[in-house]
Design a protein around this ligand. Sequence first.
Ligand code: APR
Length: 234
Amino acid sequence: MRADVPRFADFERVVLFSGAGMSAESGVPTYRGAGGIWKQYDYRRYACQDAFDRDPEAVWEFHNFRRGLVGACAPNDGHRIVAQAQKALPCVDVVTQNIDGLHQLAGATHVVELHGSLWRLRCDACGATTHTRDAPLIDVHCPCGAFWRPAITWFGDPLDDAVFSEAARLIAGCDLFVAVGTSAVVYPAAALPQLAKRGGATMVEVNPEQTDASDLYSVHLRGTATEMLAKMAG
Ligand code: APR
């Protein structure tokens, strides 16, 4: 482990790759580990297309609960540091696995949402889409009468091809890759950091804990997102 902290300003093309730990200090629960969502809720009942086909009301109850919870959370200093770096430096891109929209609320302007957004809905019956950030609890029916579904990637769903390609392009071309707050166990997103490594980027992992992917990184910043991103921006 190297003790020195790479600075955003010393690189030309920075990609910040965020996971649930990025929003933990905002009060959004992570998925795994103590207090993780998937410890309390079985994703097979609440977060896959089969469950939605079987019992859309139960799936919506879970997602309306999450929308209420996440809707009450505000961006933290880590989100603000990233948004500020995007404004101050020529090329800082965010590729996030998060569906909470907190990077954008903090002012980030270019965010690739690999797993969609809790605040977008789509109707698979008529093809309608809508955006509902202002209403944490919603009528779960599309005007056509069918159920809306959250426009997010559930277990077993394919990722949007265009979104994944954009993420891969940015990551393959960066010279500083910073993974923040991800356990890096969910594919295909978890394969993306390898593109940065192959491209020769400086690889930084920000996480209070070791992860299954830690070996990929040359710099391990063992602390919280807010603390470590402040050092990288300093
Ligand atoms: N700062 C930085 N990292 C943190 C913090 C913090 N304050 N708190 C927790 N972490 C770390 C944990 O140590 C853990 O490694 O954040 C990571 C969160 O891991 P997960 O809960 O597995 O979240 P994530 O990697 O984003 O999950 C990936 O899984 O269920 C799917 O689609 C969902 O996008 C999600 C994907």
